[in-house]
Design a protein around this ligand. Sequence first.
Ligand SMILES: Nc1ncnc2c1ncn2[C@@H]1O[C@H](COP(=O)(O)OP(=O)(O)OP(=O)(O)O)[C@@H](O)[C@H]1O
Ligand SMILES: [Mg+2]
Length: 273
Amino acid sequence: MEQQWILHLKNISYNYPDGTLALDNLHVKIPKGQRIVFLGPNGSGKSTTFLHMNGVLKPQKGEVYYEGQKLSHKESKDLWRKVGIIFQDADTQLFSTSVYQEISFGPKNLGLSNEEVKKKVVEAMEATDVSKLQHKPVHFLSGGEKKRVSIADILAMDTEIILLDEPTISLDPKHATELMEILEELHKKGKTLIISTHDVNFAYSWGDYFYIMKEGKVLLEGSYQEVFKQQTLLKEANLEVPWILEIYYDLLEKGKIKAPYPPRNKQELLKYL
Ligand SMILES: Nc1ncnc2c1ncn2[C@@H]1O[C@H](COP(=O)(O)OP(=O)(O)OP(=O)(O)O)[C@@H](O)[C@H]1O
Ligand SMILES: [Mg+2]
């Protein structure tokens, strides 16, 4: 079957008003229903790419396609209905007075009935463990609580694509694990999930397809087998080799294991031993 691209950024370049060239002829295709990871050093353009994928920024050069349809600037304004974004900095995203109002804002804007809005908000609050905070003003929340509310915002909108820009930053281990469970559920429902992260170990075990960025361009892309064997290029993007792979290569070299393919997680590695 031919691969379906739900989103396609074609030859996108973008200069910020101060003249910084943040994206330099960027080419990105997002396969529908998959888990996509963006990796790359600070300032390589991951967040700017995400802002183009949900229409916050309009390309100065190049085109955006959604399900094969080229979007005009006017149409790309409506991308937020299909593509939810959890911002890297929760303060950029949150603005209403109480947590409940904040989370209800998105589904209300989508035109859902009051009853549907309430149902979506309650479900999103339960999933992110913020129900107890629902009457609290957003600006009194801790960093991690704000992050969870910003995740609830997007869950309540139930968009086809969810962009998560550094989602585990400021989450404690319990809530980071809960987020992973939420992502697993969303993946099972067929949602397309796109994450930017500096956590190479998580990315390696989680992603179906990888984009490695450097200086506003794609340095490397592909499946985990294709991308993580390119150790010189990974180093060029300031990325570490995932610890599972490091141990795997070490054991392979010493002849201690005969594994047909690199293990994806701790369980697979242990099976080889
Ligand atoms: N509002 C802005 N005005 C001017 N330059 C900006 C602005 N936002 C980002 N940039 C610049 O654009 C480039 C890409 O930034 P971007 O935030 O997309 O990188 P990133 O890969 O998300 O980095 P990080 O890992 O630090 O989140 C950087 O050089 C940055 O300094
Ligand atoms: Mg960023």
